[in-house]
Design a protein around this ligand. Structure first.
Ligand code: SF4
Length: 328
């Protein structure tokens, strides 16, 4: 727009630091230029279609973009801070059999701006509440497979990292993927966030059944990539393992998992499955979960049992499916 370069930095700060939704607020640029901006561009914040709050404090936002695309993002409370779970695609093409988003199918990729704007919406919400809770961590674990939309996810990360904007450091951002070979190698090289792998099965055979598309990257090749993953000191790859009742939750599965992960610098996050409509699995029993966890600890693995939050509002892992109340 034939303006000096520093003007871009000014506008960037208004958009991403101040969260301006209107060019007229940008008072350190001339009125004439503000008018030209408003004639040329729109600031397309998504609308909050529905907001649901769980008894445990989890808040789920159903966002609607200008083309009526719907995505969900979730704020998860931990003490006086929040972690936000971000979506990267409208729906998902990976079709993991335990996942409500996968059951929706794929609609479209989100743009880098749309991905990052989820943070502006929740930050605005938290400012409005003024209860002193801060948004400190981000996880790319919502709707979509981030590495199937890597160019836009990378753009979003640049926005999130920018010191002129939201200023999230690499250590505060985790990207969860089921393992897309090309994207994973590229993501590892860029080092923009910490990696989490949705593994969910300790053998290629079982993984092919429950995550058929993800399993196109054979487990041994996935392990090779993770073994050589460039990590800084004290960093580890997070392995996500969703316990599905009677499917992958036996002690034999736990032993196979220990063997599979033995060459990795990793920690394991166990998550008990949350049943969802139309999803053909059941929750594991409490005994099975505890026995699985104990075996991993006994074999020297670092492992956490992640408390599932927001179950009552379908905001827990694998439950996001951008459903409006009017569509039922
Ligand atoms: S688990 Fe992730 S990759 Fe698999 S279908 Fe669901 S959103 Fe897609």
């Amino acid at each position: 727009m034939d303006e000096p370069k520093f003007r871009a930095a000014q506008i960037w700060a208004w958009l991403w630091r101040q969260g301006s939704q209107n060019f007229s607020e940008m008072t350190n640029v001339s009125k004439e230029f503000r008018t030209r901006l408003a004639e040329t561009w729109t600031i397309a914040w998504p609308k909050v279609h529905t907001l649901q709050e769980s008894v445990d404090g989890t808040v789920k936002f159903l966002l609607r973009f200008d083309d009526d695309a719907l995505v969900e993002t979730v704020l998860i409370p931990e003490g006086d801070r929040y972690t936000q779970c971000l979506s990267t695609q409208v729906g998902c093409a990976m079709g993991c059999t335990f996942c409500s988003t996968g059951a929706m199918g794929f609609m479209r990729n989100m743009t880098g701006g749309e991905i990052a704007m989820q943070v502006l919406v929740t930050r605005d919400f938290l400012l409005g509440r003024d209860q002193g809770q801060r948004l400190t961590n981000l996880v790319f674990m919502g709707m979509g497979e981030p590495l199937m939309n890597w160019p836009e996810v990378k753009r979003a990360m640049a926005i999130l990292h920018s010191e002129h904007g939201l200023s999230f450091s690499r250590r505060k951002i985790t990207l969860s993927t089921c393992g897309i070979q090309k994207g994973l190698l590229e993501f590892a090289k860029q080092g923009l966030a910490l990696p989490a792998i949705s593994l969910h099965a300790p053998t290629q055979e079982l993984r092919s059944k429950i995550m058929p598309k993800a399993a196109r990257l054979p487990l041994d090749e996935l392990m090779d990539i993770l073994e050589h993953y460039p990590l800084q000191s004290r960093e580890r790859v997070t392995i996500e393992y969703l316990l599905l009742g009677g499917v992958n939750d036996s002690l034999d599965h736990a032993r196979a998992l220990v063997k599979l992960l033995s060459r990795l610098k990793c920690k394991v996050n166990l998550i008990a499955f949350n049943p969802g409509p139309g999803i053909p699995y059941k929750s594991p029993t409490q005994e099975a979960v505890l026995a699985f966890e104990k075996l991993l600890w006994d074999k020297g693995m670092t492992c956490t049992l992640r408390k599932s939050k927001g179950q009552d509002i379908a905001a827990a892992c694998g439950q996001l499916r951008a459903q409006t109340t009017d569509s039922g």
